[in-house]
Design a protein around this ligand. Structure first.
Ligand code: AMP
Length: 214
């Protein structure tokens, strides 16, 4: 099954993708993670993306679409989850063209609905392991030892773009450029909305129910 997880920053797309990967073994395509990896390795892609990411703005479409095309071409038939892509209508149109060229299809698009105040709370308190990417929250899911990852012992840090002024810019970019993508999939009839509030496990149960088509 090929899936698209949709929602604003902080909606839980990454967390729920990790649960799906664990359960169903799909390939997780997170453009945010791919860009962060490229930035940390200082590759040409990372150099292009960094200033946009630091400012909470979207990386230009042609750069992002090229990246996704490369990843999809290398999948070798494995099912995938798209997380954080497409984020603009031109990206959604390009994805349709890519999928049809590669004879692939999206089975479902799931949108996580989370009120704005909850998103801000989640993002400002979010901390991540700089080694394995495990996600924590200062209030609702702290690491056992402050600043140390439970999984791998890496450093638990705040993402530069999870600082308050950058969060504001990211949510603005969502409203302006990404919210219309929801309409795009809704019009196609392939979008399911689920409530993204509550515990991670509760959301995962809702997600599983929606994937079973109930
Ligand atoms: P994320 O981890 O998904 O919140 O992404 C972090 C940052 O990476 C975003 O704020 C953007 O700067 C960039 N980014 C990730 N995915 C995309 C995309 N599909 N289009 C443009 N920029 C993106």
């Amino acid at each position: 099954m090929n899936l698209l997880l949709f929602g604003p920053p902080g909606a839980g797309k990454g967390t729920q993708s990790a649960f799906l990967v664990e359960q169903m073994g799909m390939h997780h395509i997170s453009t945010g993670n791919l860009f962060r990896e490229a930035v940390s390795k200082k590759t040409p892609l990372g150099v292009k993306a960094k200033a946009f990411m630091d400012a909470g703005q979207l990386v230009p479409d042609e750069v992002t679409i090229g990246l996704v095309e490369e990843v999809l071409a290398g999948l070798g038939g494995k099912s995938f989850i798209l997380d954080g892509f497409p984020r603009t209508v031109p990206q959604a149109e390009a994805l349709d063209a890519l999928l049809s060229k590669m004879k692939l299809k999206l089975d479902k698009a799931v949108s996580f609905e989370v009120p704005r105040e909850a998103l801000t709370r989640r993002l400002t308190g979010r901390r991540v392991c700089d080694k394995c990417g495990a996600v924590y929250h200062v209030d609702s899911k702290p690491s056992k030892m402050a600043g140390v990852c439970d999984n791998c012992g890496g450093a638990v840090v705040q993402r530069k773009d999870d600082q308050e002024d950058v969060i504001r810019a990211r949510l603005e970019a969502y409203d302006k450029s990404t919210a219309p993508v929801k309409e795009y999939y809704s019009k196609k009839g392939s979008l399911t909305e689920i409530q993204g509030t509550g515990t991670e496990k509760e959301v995962f149960e809702r997600l599983q129910t929606s994937l079973r088509g109930n």
